[in-house]
Write a protein that binds this ligand. Structure first.
Ligand SMILES: [Zn+2]
Length: 125
């Protein structure tokens, strides 16, 4: 069994749900949810509400800590290739292409290249 961890939502314990109400009779409290796995906030929050609470409280500090974007990033022609596929004129066979989302140029692609998630003609960035 994997280790239990607490939801990181700062207000998780303030939401009135039966599963949060814990403890012996006469001494019950609403408690932060504890699970082996969470689906939100990268596996750290029990719900979108707790995820949003966390971001409202800590999001700006997190962005500043990890590095704020201060100028536009550019996706250039060299890196604007997207894998795509379409049907041939008989609608019998798929064909695969690289399509440049800036120039609209297409280049042929094999099915194996299409399915290979490491194959790219983009140069990075
Ligand atoms: Zn929570």
């Amino acid at each position: 069994m994997s280790e239990l961890k607490y939801c990181q939502g700062p207000d998780c314990h303030t939401y009135y749900t039966k599963d949060r109400l814990r403890g012996p009779k006469g001494n019950k409290t609403y408690q932060t949810r504890r699970r082996s796995h969470f689906y939100y906030l990268g596996g750290n929050a029990c719900s979108t509400r707790c995820q949003d609470d966390w971001f409202q409280k800590y999001g700006t500090r997190a962005v500043d800590y990890f590095g704020r974007t201060t100028e536009a990033k550019h996706l250039t022609e060299e890196n604007a290739w997207r894998k795509s596929w379409d049907w041939d004129s008989s609608y019998q066979n798929r064909f695969y292409v690289y399509r440049n989302s800036i120039t609209n140029e297409t280049r042929p692609l094999t099915e194996a290249q299409f399915n290979d998630s490491n194959y790219t003609i983009n140069t990075g960035e």
